[in-house]
Design a protein around this ligand. Structure first.
Ligand SMILES: [Ca+2]
Ligand SMILES: [Ca+2]
Length: 486
């Protein structure tokens, strides 16, 4: 058949595996013995290769405790009285509890191979006690809680597009904390996102819970780098938005050209400035890294990351009255006064709760604006008497020979005398020339002696250095959450 040694062995092993995973009927093996002599010449194997295949397959089969080799007569006897290889053959199947325990699982549905080699699915290996949930600690079918401060917990995930697999690769898999090569799930969609047909996922942290997210991570999936996300925006909403509509969302962060040449299960961290606590967050992807048919990622996590240097009130954008909200650690806090307002402004008077403002403020004219600021020429931008930003294109023009302040400064700089540069002394100059000639000569000789082409970095080295591992401590940010002062 002109198979290679590896191909022939793989076919035999796969056939046995399939038999063991299904009805475990006897697997008949027959061989034309003449093919294992040196008299037969094959294109891709020697006779010794072909003998090795048989020997290695026998060793593989016998590594399975449930496999027995019998003669043709033994098969016929068995066919007359077929009995499953189990209790009668020295193997007592373990209980479901023993099965779960041996596999180290304590929650959810688990499929695996039992102690007798039979495939088994246990519908529930256990339930978790709140606040732990199944797999949330990052290990599949093990109760746990996220330990890194991830806020996408206890809420609801939704997404657009069609999942590649509605059970195993739906949008909830983007927020389940499973994202390593050993324990991963992914969200996969059967189309490629574009700016006109984006693919989005929304996480609603549920109820009235809200967090001022200012840091998030995205982790690539297990295969096909072209499906990795490339460009997106992160948006927030107070609870009235939906994943498929752009109405009501506030864009908080925009990224382009990400994950080019990324490793599998690569986690990138993104930070941005945000002091507003939102209940809903949406990632709206507008491009992947080139695959034309699918989009996927393993995980998205969100954090309240860098608010520790700001005070509670300013972090929330409030400057008056009593404020109750979650602090940067996610705990509820009430501050009795975030400040007082100066007349005519009142707390909330401008329409925003706990922010000084006024709707009764009489707006000054441009002339009053310029006059109050003491400006009489050029373009001026500043807050007006009602606290709103204003730009007046001309606060006046000047009468010659007066010039606007800026023009005057420019003239002054241009007319300043150039600093004097002392000439080099002749002896110092000659000495420098001598060093330069010596250096140049040495360099030319060395260059002439270099005959080997540059050595490229080994592929393994390039792959390793392109992985860009997560900085030590970055994923532990939330575990070192600090309470900041009011
Ligand atoms: Ca999560
Ligand atoms: Ca996941």
């Amino acid at each position: 058949m002109n198979l290679t040694k590896a191909q022939a062995l793989a076919i035999l092993e796969y056939t046995l595996d399939q038999r063991l995973a299904s009805n475990r009927a006897p697997l008949f093996i027959g061989a034309h013995t003449n093919l294992y002599t040196d008299a037969v010449v094959e294109q891709n194997t020697t006779a010794q290769d072909r003998r090795d295949v048989i020997e290695q397959f026998v060793a593989y089969a016998l590594s399975k405790p449930q496999v027995r080799f019998v003669t043709g007569a033994g098969i016929i006897n068995w066919l007359r009285n077929p009995v499953a290889l189990g209790a009668g053959a020295g193997c007592t199947p373990e209980t479901d509890a023993q099965f779960c325990s041996r596999l180290g699982k304590n929650c959810g549905t688990v499929t695996g191979t039992d102690n007798c080699g039979a495939s088994r699915t246990v519908s529930s290996c256990g339930t978790c006690t709140s606040p732990q949930t199944c797999g949330r600690g990052g290990v599949l079918n093990v109760c746990g809680s996220p330990t890194n401060g991830d806020k996408t917990e206890g809420g609801t995930a939704s997404g657009t597009g069609t999942a590649c697999n509605s059970t195993n690769e739906n949008v909830t898999k983007a927020h389940d904390n499973l994202m390593t090569s050993g324990n991963f799930t992914k969200w996969c969609v059967t189309s490629a996102p574009t700016s006109t047909s984006p693919i989005s996922t929304m996480y609603d942290v549920s109820g009235t819970t809200a967090f001022a997210i200012n840091k998030y991570t995205i982790t690539t999936a297990n295969d096909v780098a072209g499906r990795d996300p490339k460009s997106w925006t992160l948006q927030g909403c107070q609870g009235s938005c939906t994943v498929g509509s752009s109405t009501g969302w506030t864009t908080l962060d925009t990224r382009t050209s990400q994950f080019a040449g990324a490793a599998r299960f690569q986690t990138n961290t993104y930070t941005f400035t945000n002091g507003t606590a939102y209940q809903e967050y949406r990632l709206r992807f507008t491009a992947n890294n080139g695959d034309t048919s699918k989009f996927q990622l393993a995980e998205i996590q969100m954090f309240v990351g860098s608010c520790t240097t700001q005070k509670f009130c300013s972090c929330l954008g409030k400057n008056c009255g009593t404020v109750t909200a979650n602090d940067n650690c996610g705990n509820s806090r009430t501050v009795s006064s975030c400040g007082t307002c100066t007349s005519p402004q009142t707390c909330g008077g401008g329409g925003t709760a706990n922010v000084c403002g006024s709707t009764s403020c009489t707006t000054e004219t441009d002339a009053q604006f310029c006059s109050r600021l003491g400006k009489n020429c050029g373009t001026v931008t500043a807050n007006d008497n009602c606290g709103k930003s204003r730009t007046v294109s001309s606060c006046g023009t000047c009468t010659s020979p007066q010039r606007a302040e800026v023009a005057a400064r420019r003239t002054f700089v241009a007319e300043a005398p150039a600093p004097a540069v002392p000439p080099l002394r002749a002896t110092r100059s000659l000495k420098l020339d001598g060093h330069l000639q010596s250096f140049t000569s040495t360099f030319r000789k060395r260059r002439a002696s270099m005959v080997s082409p540059p050595v490229a970095a080994p592929a393994a080295f390039t792959a390793a250095t392109s992985r860009r591992p997560i900085p030590r401590g970055a994923r532990r940010h939330g575990s070192t959450c600090r309470i900041v002062p009011d």
